[in-house]
Design a protein around this ligand. Structure first.
Ligand SMILES: Nc1ncnc2c1ncn2[C@@H]1O[C@H](COP(=O)(O)OP(=O)(O)O)[C@@H](O)[C@H]1O
Ligand SMILES: [Mg+2]
Length: 205
């Protein structure tokens, strides 16, 4: 099986034409990937261990949460939890979709914001806001949260994300978003992801 992606929590393989298999990464490989990202961590092994323990706690938490709770399956690419790992619909990561034209990029941001609110209605929210590599679009053009393993399911956590504008701290916003889109994204997020809208939509399917 061809490997098509990887992060800290999973190795992602091409399962068939329209599905991926996400295998949980072994601890040993998590150490290696972290050291590749941040070599200085070799000198602070306790911090390194803590970071990995946190990632695995988040992965287990989300897995249990979505196994136990009802949710609209297509938001997460129709995941199936198997012994080997998570099978999920294959999507096109948003990082590939941005950059066609300013107008299309703005429409994609609008769609993404609507998607975040759809997740709010279900009672969960992504905490990382790296929208280029954790979200994708399916064949019908619907947004999918590919990486649903770093989530908040408590309203108070999302209230705090809004307060600190957590999305402005993401690596996507700081280093990867195009200059032309930055202002639009900032204003759209600020005007849509508000405490008022959270109260209106949170956990209200
Ligand atoms: N459903 C999917 N369809 C297509 N590519 C995917 C899918 N899920 C993951 N990938 C690819 O694999 C990468 C890592 O997957 P992700 O779910 O973010 O794992 P991690 O939690 O380890 O970061 C993604 O950035 C993306 O490039
Ligand atoms: Mg990821």
């Amino acid at each position: 099986m061809k490997k098509i992606g990887a992060g800290l929590q999973f190795d992602v393989y091409d399962l068939d034409k329209s599905h991926v298999l996400k295998k949980p990464k072994k601890k040993y490989n998590q150490y290696l990937i972290y050291l590749k990202w941040a070599p200085y961590l070799i000198f602070v092994p306790r911090k390194l261990s803590r970071l990995i323990a946190n990632a695995n706690r988040d992965r287990d938490y989300a897995t249990n949460y979505f196994k136990k709770n009802k949710f609209t399956k297509k938001l997460l690419g129709n995941p199936k939890f198997t012994k080997e790992g998570v099978i999920q619909n294959k999507v096109d990561p948003l990082g590939n979709v941005f950059g066609r034209s300013v107008e299309e990029d703005k429409k994609l941001v609008d769609k993404y914001v609507d998607f975040v609110i759809s997740c709010w209605k279900e009672g969960f929210a992504d905490r990382i806001y790296n929208i280029d590599n954790n979200f994708g679009v399916d064949k019908k053009g619907n947004i999918v949260l590919m990486d649903f393993f770093e989530i908040s399911t408590r309203k108070s956590d999302v209230q705090n994300q809004i307060k600190i504008k957590r999305w402005e701290k993401s690596a996507w916003y700081r280093f990867r978003i195009s200059r032309r889109l930055k202002k639009y994204y900032k204003e759209k997020m600020e005007s849509s992801l508000t405490q008022k809208n959270l109260n209106k939509y949170w956990d209200k399917k």
